[in-house]
Design a protein around this ligand. Structure first.
Ligand SMILES: C[S@@+](CC[C@H](N)C(=O)[O-])C[C@H]1O[C@@H](n2cnc3c(N)ncnc32)[C@H](O)[C@@H]1O
Length: 268
């Protein structure tokens, strides 16, 4: 695995991202449905006329598979990830699921041909998030839903040595894209998208969770955000509608859910 992706090959990754595996279903639902990208995906899947094939890129230990099969039993799921320990853990927990170990360029899932791609918290860990988003858009038949990191002020700092996060003792890129740069780029995708929605949960990203980011990202006025992004594939004929909004997420789980999660984690 390349240096920029080496952190994900660590055994600790499979342990760290397995926190939801023992929580009961109502906590799992509550945990995911706090997030704007999951709400956008649910609304789209609820309105879909046909059952879809969904590819999750960066599935880690497969917890989203458990959520999706509960919430959308008609959707067919395929997950992929570059992390061997994480995909092995996913296969061990959910033998009925389909989890594919892939390379960073996703060649191992070229054959999948998904209607929908869901990709949460992966693009900002690529040295070039915009190239990665473009690649996913090319692979999805109709819809791409992601969570990325954005900033309203200041240019995207594309250098991973200046914009990174320490994961399991290894630096990984952590690239915060300028929201206007992003929207301009998305509107030029071919075929042109019919709809782009960017839904921002503003928060100061700098200094949290072992991140080493450009200094501006430590100030609220830079407008950094965890941002849900939905891109509907167009046919290239109609103009692209762009909707940009701020929707704060309530990240606090309720008291009962927190107690149940704690018990689930500590009783194993
Ligand atoms: C921060 S974790 C997010 C995991 C999960 N999507 C979530 O939201 O909990 C990032 C995951 O993306 C995977 N990843 C990183 N680069 C990737 C790539 N180019 N293709 C597929 N998976 C990738 C990592 O191995 C890791 O499991």
């Amino acid at each position: 695995m390349s240096e920029t992706h080496a952190a994900w090959g660590r055994e600790q990754h499979a342990v760290h991202f397995d926190a939801l595996s023992h929580v009961p279903r109502f906590v799992l639902r509550r945990s995911y449905e706090r997030f704007n990208e999951v709400r956008l995906l649910n609304a789209a899947l609820d309105h879909a006329r046909e059952p879809s094939l969904l590819l999750e890129v960066g599935c880690a230990t497969g917890e989203f598979y458990r959520y999706l099969t509960l919430r959308h039993p008609r959707v067919t799921y395929v997950g992929c990830d570059i992390s061997r320990p994480a995909t092995e853990r996913a296969c061990q927990k959910y033998p009925e699921g389909r989890f594919i170990l892939t390379d960073v360029d996703l060649k191992a899932v070229n054959h999948v041909d998904p209607d929908v791609i869901f990709c949460r918290d992966v693009a900002h860990h690529q040295p070039d998030p915009l190239a990665f988003i473009r690649k996913l858009y090319g692979m999805a038949r109709s819809l791409l839903v992601m969570r990325i990191r954005t900033r309203d002020a200041g240019e995207t700092v594309r250098d991973p040595t200046l914009s990174c996060q320490l994961n399991y003792g290894i630096w990984a890129p952590y690239i915060v894209v300028n929201s206007q740069e992003l929207l301009k780029e998305l509107a030029q995708f071919i075929p042109q998208p019919s709809l782009v929605r960017l839904v921002k949960h503003y928060m100061v990203l700098g200094g949290q969770q072992a991140r080493y980011l450009p200094k501006e990202c430590y100030f609220p006025e830079t407008g950094t955000a965890e941002s849900a992004l939905l891109i509907e594939k167009g046919e290239g004929s109609a103009p692209c509608t762009i909707k940009e909004e701020a929707v704060p997420e309530n990240l606090q789980l309720g008291f009962v859910a927190r107690v149940v999660s704690w018990l689930a984690r500590h009783s194993i």
